[in-house]
Design a binder for this molecule. Structure first.
Ligand SMILES: Cc1cc2nc3c(=O)[nH]c(=O)nc-3n(C[C@H](O)[C@H](O)[C@H](O)COP(=O)(O)OP(=O)(O)OC[C@H]3O[C@@H](n4cnc5c(N)ncnc54)[C@H](O)[C@@H]3O)c2cc1C
Length: 467
């Protein structure tokens, strides 16, 4: 178990990341003698956490947990961020939405992201079931600000940067440590039992628990408040290919979404900075995993059913093995309670088709972090205070959910809708950017909803589009 102890409180005018790291370096060396920043993330560590009580304990160090921990810690509150895996750890979900930019700016890590050199993502392209490569939705055509591009990230490096950022903002960060039990008591502080890799257990108390445990949904599973979407019972099979086509030559690329001929499944195609391309197949759980045959065989069959992917993988070779995930789309009935709140996937996940997961984890992490910090300072850790952001959040997320359902309506084609309604290009691009918390994000549905209904009734929408 790695434990990086901290008692830094951010003070002074210069809150740039560089200044914070310099202050932390001094601070960490002073505190423990041997815990230099350079050792952060390595295996050296002490096995017990010195402090037993915290203002806030964050469960899970994905984008949701690390961003929330950073926000609460920078407000001068004591925060423990606990991660089960050793960092850096592998995770699926490489394509970001441009609106992540504002969270990165808030966390002071835009330059760090540039420095790491992830592949830049400038748009999204759809390839239809009849192999028509539609014109990409290019973010910069609708926005000239620096947020008009984003990245295809290696999640191990990306999540590690966020973990470090939480540390640099003042959180105590622990990896290789599993949350075993959570005791939500009538009145906070609540208790969390942790177990290190050496098997030793330790109980920690916290005024507030932020559950950011991703699909493990520690609290929602315990409260049985997790509800799977019946129409989105999907599975995914994915792998990483060397030698796959990179349309942008590796510099700036689009995330490509390709439907198979039968439209029973679709592929994501995400070029990464290590030279590989992440290629994933998504379809109904039963279609993908219960037809007999291995995931590798199903993947191969569907490549043959998707000329756009077949072309791109003509000279490619799989690096490593395929991975499989299933039943990942759900909602959670209660997002907060007295002394606890959920962020990121722990509070719900829609579908990978628009790459919204990391953005929503970061966004909810920041919003929840601000509500938690405000509540702790005011002595109010009620469900109402900790969940005060959730109404605004849900009002934005519902548009992404609606677009996901349009995507899975077999009779609906984005290409023919855009041909008929080019005036909505900006509105659709805004949704793909993740701009759902401002302006009028639902505008496109004034025309898309009736279009989908007509398509479902079998009216010839291609014909309508050309009229
Ligand atoms: C097939 C698929 C493809 C996807 N593709 C994309 C994409 O291209 N772009 C995108 O933006 N999103 C994508 N996503 C979604 C994205 O992966 C998630 O939405 C995102 O990682 C959520 O972040 P999080 O912080 O909520 O959870 P996570 O990133 O899952 O982090 C949760 C952390 O909690 C830890 N944890 C769990 N249990 C415990 C425990 N008991 N004790 C301690 N720690 C624990 C885990 O180890 C993990 O590190 C995809 C999802 C799927 C299923």
């Amino acid at each position: 178990m790695l434990v990086v102890q901290s008692s830094l409180r951010v003070a002074g005018d210069d809150n740039s990341l560089g200044a914070l790291i310099r202050r932390r370096r001094r601070n960490v060396q002073f505190l423990s003698g041997w815990h230099d920043f350079a050792e952060f993330g390595c295996e050296k560590g002490i096995t017990m956490i010195a402090n037993r009580s915290y203002d806030c304990v964050v469960l899970g160090a994905g984008p949701g947990g690390s961003s929330a921990a950073a926000i609460v810690a920078e407000q001068g509150l004591s925060v423990l961020l606990v991660e089960r895996d050793k960092m850096p750890r592998f995770h699926v979900g490489e394509s970001l939405m441009p609106e992540t930019y504002w969270v990165f700016e808030r966390l002071g890590i835009v330059n760090e992201l540039d420095r790491i050199g992830f592949t830049r993502k400038y748009g999204v392209q759809f390839v239809s079931s009849n192999d028509r490569e539609t014109k990409p939705f290019v973010f910069a055509e609708h926005d000239s600000r620096p947020c008009n591009e984003t990245w295809h990230v290696d999640r191990a490096k990306f999540d590690h940067l966020l973990f470090e950022t939480a540390f640099n903002r003042g959180a105590t960060c622990v990896d290789g440590t599993r949350v075993l039990e959570i005791d939500i008591r009538n009145k906070s502080p609540h208790l969390v039992t942790l177990q290190g890799e050496d098997g030793k257990q330790q109980e920690i108390s916290a005024k507030v628990i932020i559950d950011a445990s991703g699909q493990s949904s520690l609290l929602a599973n315990r409260f049985q408040t997790k509800e799977y979407y019946d129409d989105l019972r999907k599975a995914a099979i994915w792998g990483y290919y060397d030698g796959a086509v990179r349309a942008g030559g590796g510099k700036a690329e689009v995330t490509c979404i390709l439907h198979t001929k039968t439209k029973d499944a679709w592929f994501w195609y995400i070029p990464l900075s290590d030279g590989t391309v992440s290629v994933g197949l998504v379809g109904d759980n039963d279609f993908l995993l219960k037809r007999g045959g291995s995931p590798a065989k199903t993947f191969e069959t569907e490549i043959n059913n998707c000329p756009g992917v077949k072309r791109r993988l003509m000279d490619a070779k799989l690096r490593g093995k395929f991975a499989v995930a299933k039943e990942f789309s759900y909602t959670v009935k209660e997002q907060s309670g007295d002394g606890w709140v959920l962020v990121g996937d722990a509070g719900g996940f829609i579908d990978p088709c628009y790459s919204s997961g990391v953005f929503l984890a970061l966004k909810s992490g920041v919003m929840a972090g601000e509500a938690v910090a405000e509540g702790l300072h005011a002595g109010d850790t009620s469900a109402k205070q900790l969940g005060k952001w959730t109404r605004e959040y849900e009002a934005g997320v519902k548009w992404i959910r609606k677009l996901v359902r349009a995507f899975y309506t077999k009779e609906f084609s984005f290409g023919s809708f855009m041909n008929a309604h080019p005036e909505h290009a900006k509105n659709v691009t805004n949704l793909l950017i993740g701009r759902v918390f401002e302006g009028n994000p639902g505008k496109v549905f004034e025309d898309m909803d009736p279009w989908i209904e007509k398509a479902k009734r079998g009216e010839d929408m291609e014909m309508a589009a050309s009229n």
